[in-house]
Design a protein around this ligand. Structure first.
Ligand SMILES: *[C@@H]1O[C@H](CO)[C@@H](O)[C@H](O)[C@H]1NC(C)=O
Ligand SMILES: *[C@@H]1O[C@H](CO)[C@@H](O)[C@H](O)[C@H]1NC(C)=O
Ligand SMILES: *[C@@H]1O[C@H](CO)[C@@H](O)[C@H](O)[C@H]1NC(C)=O
Ligand SMILES: *[C@@H]1O[C@H](CO)[C@@H](O)[C@H](O)[C@H]1NC(C)=O
Length: 293
Protein backbone atom coordinates (compact mmCIF):
# COMPACT_ATOMS: atom_id res chain seq x y z
CA UNK A 1 0.00 0.00 0.00
CA UNK A 2 2.71 2.44 1.04
CA UNK A 3 4.73 1.34 -1.89
CA UNK A 4 1.81 2.06 -4.20
CA UNK A 5 1.35 5.52 -2.77
CA UNK A 6 5.04 6.17 -3.10
CA UNK A 7 4.98 5.13 -6.73
CA UNK A 8 1.93 7.28 -7.38
CA UNK A 9 3.60 10.36 -5.93
CA UNK A 10 6.73 9.92 -7.95
CA UNK A 11 4.83 9.45 -11.20
CA UNK A 12 2.92 12.72 -10.84
CA UNK A 13 5.26 15.60 -11.58
CA UNK A 14 5.68 17.76 -8.53
CA UNK A 15 4.69 21.29 -9.39
CA UNK A 16 5.96 23.99 -7.13
CA UNK A 17 4.55 27.52 -7.14
CA UNK A 18 8.00 28.96 -7.57
CA UNK A 19 7.38 30.94 -10.74
CA UNK A 20 6.71 34.64 -10.45
CA UNK A 21 4.15 35.69 -13.03
CA UNK A 22 3.53 39.40 -13.57
CA UNK A 23 0.20 40.96 -14.38
CA UNK A 24 -1.03 44.53 -14.80
CA UNK A 25 -0.60 47.09 -12.04
CA UNK A 26 -4.34 47.64 -11.76
CA UNK A 27 -7.77 46.80 -13.22
CA UNK A 28 -8.30 47.43 -16.91
CA UNK A 29 -10.88 49.77 -18.41
CA UNK A 30 -11.60 49.77 -22.14
CA UNK A 31 -14.37 50.91 -24.48
CA UNK A 32 -16.96 48.51 -25.84
CA UNK A 33 -15.90 46.99 -29.15
CA UNK A 34 -12.22 47.80 -28.69
CA UNK A 35 -9.29 45.43 -28.19
CA UNK A 36 -7.59 45.06 -24.85
CA UNK A 37 -4.29 43.33 -23.98
CA UNK A 38 -4.40 41.30 -20.78
CA UNK A 39 -0.78 41.38 -19.59
CA UNK A 40 0.93 38.26 -18.28
CA UNK A 41 4.67 37.72 -18.28
CA UNK A 42 7.68 36.32 -16.47
CA UNK A 43 10.89 38.28 -16.25
CA UNK A 44 13.22 35.32 -16.31
CA UNK A 45 14.37 33.74 -19.54
CA UNK A 46 12.78 30.32 -19.81
CA UNK A 47 13.16 27.46 -22.18
CA UNK A 48 9.88 26.99 -24.01
CA UNK A 49 10.28 23.22 -23.61
CA UNK A 50 7.20 21.85 -21.87
CA UNK A 51 5.65 25.29 -21.53
CA UNK A 52 1.94 25.53 -20.90
CA UNK A 53 -0.07 28.72 -20.56
CA UNK A 54 -3.67 28.63 -19.52
CA UNK A 55 -5.99 31.64 -19.59
CA UNK A 56 -9.28 31.15 -17.75
CA UNK A 57 -12.14 33.24 -16.41
CA UNK A 58 -11.75 33.05 -12.64
CA UNK A 59 -15.45 32.86 -11.80
CA UNK A 60 -16.56 30.28 -14.35
CA UNK A 61 -13.25 28.50 -15.05
CA UNK A 62 -14.13 28.95 -18.76
CA UNK A 63 -11.09 28.31 -20.90
CA UNK A 64 -10.25 31.48 -22.77
CA UNK A 65 -7.00 30.29 -24.33
CA UNK A 66 -4.66 27.33 -23.97
CA UNK A 67 -1.08 27.11 -25.20
CA UNK A 68 0.24 23.56 -24.96
CA UNK A 69 2.72 21.36 -26.80
CA UNK A 70 4.10 24.31 -28.71
CA UNK A 71 0.82 25.61 -30.07
CA UNK A 72 -2.50 27.27 -29.30
CA UNK A 73 -5.13 24.60 -28.66
CA UNK A 74 -8.01 26.44 -30.26
CA UNK A 75 -10.38 23.46 -30.24
CA UNK A 76 -10.35 23.24 -26.43
CA UNK A 77 -11.09 26.92 -25.99
CA UNK A 78 -14.60 28.20 -25.54
CA UNK A 79 -16.29 28.92 -28.88
CA UNK A 80 -16.90 32.58 -28.15
CA UNK A 81 -13.19 33.22 -27.61
CA UNK A 82 -11.89 31.38 -30.68
CA UNK A 83 -12.04 34.45 -32.88
CA UNK A 84 -11.65 37.05 -30.18
CA UNK A 85 -8.69 35.86 -28.09
CA UNK A 86 -5.29 36.38 -29.67
CA UNK A 87 -2.14 34.90 -28.14
CA UNK A 88 1.18 36.40 -29.20
CA UNK A 89 3.08 33.24 -30.14
CA UNK A 90 6.12 35.26 -31.26
CA UNK A 91 6.37 36.83 -27.78
CA UNK A 92 6.62 33.52 -25.91
CA UNK A 93 10.41 33.39 -26.17
CA UNK A 94 10.52 36.74 -24.30
CA UNK A 95 8.47 35.28 -21.46
CA UNK A 96 5.44 37.32 -22.58
CA UNK A 97 2.17 35.40 -22.39
CA UNK A 98 -0.21 38.32 -22.78
CA UNK A 99 -3.56 37.81 -24.45
CA UNK A 100 -5.40 40.28 -26.65
CA UNK A 101 -9.16 40.21 -26.42
CA UNK A 102 -10.90 41.77 -29.44
CA UNK A 103 -14.38 43.23 -29.90
CA UNK A 104 -14.82 43.79 -26.19
CA UNK A 105 -18.29 43.10 -24.81
CA UNK A 106 -20.01 44.00 -21.57
CA UNK A 107 -19.91 40.31 -20.54
CA UNK A 108 -16.11 40.40 -20.69
CA UNK A 109 -16.05 42.31 -17.42
CA UNK A 110 -14.54 40.19 -14.67
CA UNK A 111 -11.39 38.36 -13.63
CA UNK A 112 -9.01 36.34 -15.75
CA UNK A 113 -6.31 34.01 -14.52
CA UNK A 114 -3.10 33.46 -16.45
CA UNK A 115 -1.43 30.27 -15.25
CA UNK A 116 2.01 29.37 -16.52
CA UNK A 117 3.50 25.87 -16.17
CA UNK A 118 7.08 25.27 -17.10
CA UNK A 119 9.06 22.17 -16.33
CA UNK A 120 8.42 21.59 -12.65
CA UNK A 121 7.32 25.10 -11.81
CA UNK A 122 4.13 27.07 -12.09
CA UNK A 123 2.80 30.46 -11.24
CA UNK A 124 -0.20 32.62 -11.95
CA UNK A 125 -1.50 36.14 -12.03
CA UNK A 126 -4.99 37.59 -12.08
CA UNK A 127 -6.10 40.30 -14.52
CA UNK A 128 -9.32 42.19 -14.01
CA UNK A 129 -11.38 43.90 -16.68
CA UNK A 130 -13.19 46.35 -14.47
CA UNK A 131 -15.24 48.39 -16.90
CA UNK A 132 -16.24 47.92 -20.46
CA UNK A 133 -17.12 51.49 -21.24
CA UNK A 134 -20.24 51.73 -23.28
CA UNK A 135 -22.35 54.59 -24.43
CA UNK A 136 -25.12 53.67 -26.81
CA UNK A 137 -27.85 56.04 -27.83
CA UNK A 138 -30.97 55.05 -29.69
CA UNK A 139 -33.59 57.32 -31.17
CA UNK A 140 -36.50 56.14 -33.24
CA UNK A 141 -36.18 53.94 -36.30
CA UNK A 142 -39.46 55.14 -37.75
CA UNK A 143 -40.21 58.76 -38.50
CA UNK A 144 -42.75 60.63 -36.45
CA UNK A 145 -45.68 62.39 -38.00
CA UNK A 146 -47.63 64.99 -36.16
CA UNK A 147 -50.22 67.65 -36.73
CA UNK A 148 -49.74 71.35 -36.36
CA UNK A 149 -50.53 72.39 -32.80
CA UNK A 150 -50.03 68.93 -31.31
CA UNK A 151 -47.36 67.84 -28.81
CA UNK A 152 -44.91 65.10 -29.79
CA UNK A 153 -42.26 63.01 -28.03
CA UNK A 154 -38.98 62.36 -29.82
CA UNK A 155 -37.37 59.24 -28.33
CA UNK A 156 -33.81 59.12 -27.09
CA UNK A 157 -32.64 56.38 -24.78
CA UNK A 158 -29.11 55.93 -23.52
CA UNK A 159 -27.47 52.70 -22.42
CA UNK A 160 -24.22 53.21 -20.53
CA UNK A 161 -22.08 51.93 -17.68
CA UNK A 162 -22.00 55.56 -16.55
CA UNK A 163 -25.02 56.66 -14.48
CA UNK A 164 -27.11 59.13 -16.56
CA UNK A 165 -26.72 61.75 -13.81
CA UNK A 166 -22.98 61.82 -14.50
CA UNK A 167 -23.25 62.71 -18.19
CA UNK A 168 -21.49 65.99 -18.87
CA UNK A 169 -23.92 67.05 -21.52
CA UNK A 170 -26.89 65.94 -23.56
CA UNK A 171 -27.98 68.08 -26.48
CA UNK A 172 -30.84 67.93 -28.92
CA UNK A 173 -29.95 69.47 -32.27
CA UNK A 174 -32.06 70.11 -35.34
CA UNK A 175 -29.41 68.96 -37.77
CA UNK A 176 -30.94 70.09 -41.07
CA UNK A 177 -30.85 73.68 -39.80
CA UNK A 178 -28.03 73.27 -37.27
CA UNK A 179 -30.10 74.67 -34.41
CA UNK A 180 -29.53 73.69 -30.81
CA UNK A 181 -33.00 72.80 -29.62
CA UNK A 182 -32.17 71.85 -26.04
CA UNK A 183 -29.08 71.70 -23.88
CA UNK A 184 -28.97 69.55 -20.75
CA UNK A 185 -26.13 70.31 -18.35
CA UNK A 186 -25.70 70.10 -14.57
CA UNK A 187 -29.05 68.32 -14.26
CA UNK A 188 -30.88 71.11 -16.01
CA UNK A 189 -32.27 71.45 -19.48
CA UNK A 190 -33.03 74.64 -21.36
CA UNK A 191 -33.38 75.83 -24.91
CA UNK A 192 -30.79 78.33 -26.12
CA UNK A 193 -32.94 78.99 -29.18
CA UNK A 194 -35.76 81.50 -29.34
CA UNK A 195 -37.86 79.34 -31.63
CA UNK A 196 -37.92 76.42 -29.19
CA UNK A 197 -37.88 78.27 -25.88
CA UNK A 198 -40.85 77.24 -23.71
CA UNK A 199 -41.80 74.60 -26.25
CA UNK A 200 -39.29 71.86 -25.38
CA UNK A 201 -38.59 69.83 -22.27
CA UNK A 202 -37.16 66.51 -21.10
CA UNK A 203 -38.92 64.17 -18.69
CA UNK A 204 -37.01 64.78 -15.42
CA UNK A 205 -38.42 61.68 -13.74
CA UNK A 206 -37.19 59.52 -16.64
CA UNK A 207 -33.61 60.77 -16.83
CA UNK A 208 -32.20 58.32 -14.27
CA UNK A 209 -33.38 55.52 -16.60
CA UNK A 210 -31.37 57.04 -19.44
CA UNK A 211 -34.54 58.33 -21.13
CA UNK A 212 -33.63 61.72 -22.62
CA UNK A 213 -36.68 61.88 -24.88
CA UNK A 214 -37.72 65.35 -25.96
CA UNK A 215 -41.22 66.70 -25.55
CA UNK A 216 -41.93 69.21 -28.30
CA UNK A 217 -45.09 71.19 -27.72
CA UNK A 218 -47.44 72.95 -30.18
CA UNK A 219 -45.72 71.62 -33.28
CA UNK A 220 -45.34 74.12 -36.11
CA UNK A 221 -44.81 73.49 -39.82
CA UNK A 222 -41.17 74.59 -39.66
CA UNK A 223 -40.45 72.01 -36.92
CA UNK A 224 -40.34 69.37 -39.64
CA UNK A 225 -36.83 67.95 -40.00
CA UNK A 226 -34.11 65.78 -38.48
CA UNK A 227 -33.41 65.90 -34.74
CA UNK A 228 -30.27 64.47 -33.15
CA UNK A 229 -29.80 63.49 -29.54
CA UNK A 230 -26.09 63.66 -28.60
CA UNK A 231 -24.65 62.41 -25.32
CA UNK A 232 -21.22 63.27 -23.92
CA UNK A 233 -19.62 61.41 -21.03
CA UNK A 234 -15.89 61.60 -20.38
CA UNK A 235 -14.14 61.03 -23.68
CA UNK A 236 -17.07 59.05 -25.00
CA UNK A 237 -19.86 60.47 -27.10
CA UNK A 238 -22.73 58.95 -29.05
CA UNK A 239 -25.79 60.12 -30.93
CA UNK A 240 -29.06 59.01 -32.53
CA UNK A 241 -31.55 60.72 -34.78
CA UNK A 242 -35.31 61.06 -35.02
CA UNK A 243 -37.10 62.34 -38.11
CA UNK A 244 -40.15 64.52 -37.69
CA UNK A 245 -42.07 64.51 -40.95
CA UNK A 246 -45.50 64.97 -42.52
CA UNK A 247 -46.85 67.86 -40.57
CA UNK A 248 -50.52 67.56 -41.30
CA UNK A 249 -53.51 69.31 -39.85
CA UNK A 250 -55.14 67.95 -36.76
CA UNK A 251 -58.70 66.68 -36.60
CA UNK A 252 -59.60 69.91 -34.82
CA UNK A 253 -58.17 71.97 -37.67
CA UNK A 254 -60.04 69.89 -40.24
CA UNK A 255 -63.28 70.24 -38.30
CA UNK A 256 -62.85 73.99 -38.04
CA UNK A 257 -62.10 74.15 -41.74
CA UNK A 258 -65.27 72.20 -42.54
CA UNK A 259 -67.21 74.47 -40.20
CA UNK A 260 -65.80 77.53 -41.92
CA UNK A 261 -66.62 76.20 -45.35
CA UNK A 262 -70.11 75.18 -44.35
CA UNK A 263 -70.63 78.45 -42.51
CA UNK A 264 -69.56 80.50 -45.50
CA UNK A 265 -71.58 78.16 -47.73
CA UNK A 266 -74.69 78.73 -45.64
CA UNK A 267 -74.08 82.45 -45.64
CA UNK A 268 -73.74 82.39 -49.40
CA UNK A 269 -76.90 80.36 -49.74
CA UNK A 270 -78.79 82.69 -47.46
CA UNK A 271 -77.50 85.69 -49.33
CA UNK A 272 -78.45 84.10 -52.64
CA UNK A 273 -81.95 83.23 -51.42
CA UNK A 274 -82.62 86.77 -50.25
CA UNK A 275 -81.04 88.29 -53.32
CA UNK A 276 -82.96 86.03 -55.72
CA UNK A 277 -86.22 86.65 -53.96
CA UNK A 278 -85.55 90.35 -53.97
CA UNK A 279 -84.87 90.26 -57.71
CA UNK A 280 -87.89 88.20 -58.79
CA UNK A 281 -90.39 89.80 -56.47
CA UNK A 282 -88.66 93.15 -56.62
CA UNK A 283 -91.65 95.35 -57.48
CA UNK A 284 -93.92 93.45 -55.22
CA UNK A 285 -91.67 93.88 -52.25
CA UNK A 286 -91.05 97.50 -53.06
CA UNK A 287 -94.80 97.94 -53.25
CA UNK A 288 -95.31 96.36 -49.88
CA UNK A 289 -92.42 98.37 -48.52
CA UNK A 290 -93.92 101.65 -49.72
CA UNK A 291 -97.29 100.54 -48.38
CA UNK A 292 -95.73 100.28 -44.99
CA UNK A 293 -94.37 103.78 -45.11
C1 LIG B 1 3.72 41.44 -24.61
O1 LIG B 1 3.36 41.52 -25.98
C2 LIG B 1 2.29 42.40 -26.28
C3 LIG B 1 1.97 42.28 -27.75
O2 LIG B 1 3.09 42.53 -28.54
C4 LIG B 1 2.65 43.80 -25.85
O3 LIG B 1 1.55 44.66 -26.07
C5 LIG B 1 3.03 43.83 -24.38
O4 LIG B 1 3.46 45.11 -24.02
C6 LIG B 1 4.13 42.81 -24.10
N1 LIG B 1 4.38 42.78 -22.67
C7 LIG B 1 5.59 42.73 -22.15
C8 LIG B 1 5.67 42.66 -20.68
O5 LIG B 1 6.57 42.77 -22.86
C1 LIG C 1 -40.66 55.53 -28.05
O1 LIG C 1 -40.30 54.67 -27.00
C2 LIG C 1 -41.37 53.95 -26.43
C3 LIG C 1 -40.85 53.18 -25.26
O2 LIG C 1 -39.72 52.44 -25.59
C4 LIG C 1 -42.01 53.06 -27.49
O3 LIG C 1 -43.12 52.40 -26.96
C5 LIG C 1 -42.45 53.91 -28.66
O4 LIG C 1 -42.95 53.10 -29.70
C6 LIG C 1 -41.29 54.73 -29.20
N1 LIG C 1 -41.77 55.63 -30.23
C7 LIG C 1 -41.22 55.70 -31.45
C8 LIG C 1 -41.86 56.66 -32.39
O5 LIG C 1 -40.25 55.04 -31.78
C1 LIG D 1 -39.49 58.33 -22.08
O1 LIG D 1 -40.46 58.78 -21.17
C2 LIG D 1 -41.64 59.29 -21.75
C3 LIG D 1 -42.53 59.85 -20.64
O2 LIG D 1 -42.81 58.88 -19.69
C4 LIG D 1 -42.33 58.18 -22.55
O3 LIG D 1 -43.46 58.70 -23.19
C5 LIG D 1 -41.35 57.64 -23.60
O4 LIG D 1 -41.94 56.55 -24.28
C6 LIG D 1 -40.07 57.19 -22.95
N1 LIG D 1 -39.15 56.84 -24.00
C7 LIG D 1 -38.40 55.77 -23.95
C8 LIG D 1 -37.52 55.55 -25.11
O5 LIG D 1 -38.43 55.00 -23.01
C1 LIG E 1 -22.89 60.58 -34.60
O1 LIG E 1 -22.44 59.23 -34.41
C2 LIG E 1 -21.75 58.67 -35.53
C3 LIG E 1 -21.41 57.24 -35.17
O2 LIG E 1 -22.53 56.57 -34.70
C4 LIG E 1 -20.52 59.48 -35.83
O3 LIG E 1 -19.88 58.95 -36.98
C5 LIG E 1 -20.90 60.92 -36.08
O4 LIG E 1 -19.73 61.69 -36.25
C6 LIG E 1 -21.69 61.48 -34.89
N1 LIG E 1 -22.15 62.80 -35.23
C7 LIG E 1 -22.02 63.83 -34.43
C8 LIG E 1 -22.51 65.13 -34.94
O5 LIG E 1 -21.51 63.73 -33.32
Amino acid sequence: MELLLFMFLTVIPVISDGLTVLGPSGPLVAPLGSSVVLPCSVDERLSVEGLEVEWRRTESETLVHLYQEGESQTESQQQDYQDRAHFFTDQIQHGNFSLRLDDLRAEDEGQYKCKVYIQQESGETVVQIKDVERLRVSGSSRSISASVGEDVTLNCSVDSHIPPGDFEEVTWMKTDENIQVLLYQDNEGHSPNERYRDRVELFPAEIHKGNFSLRLKSVRTDDKGVYMCQVFAGDLSANATVVLERLGFSALHVMMLILCISASGSALLLFCLIYCRFNTKGTNTTGKYSDLL
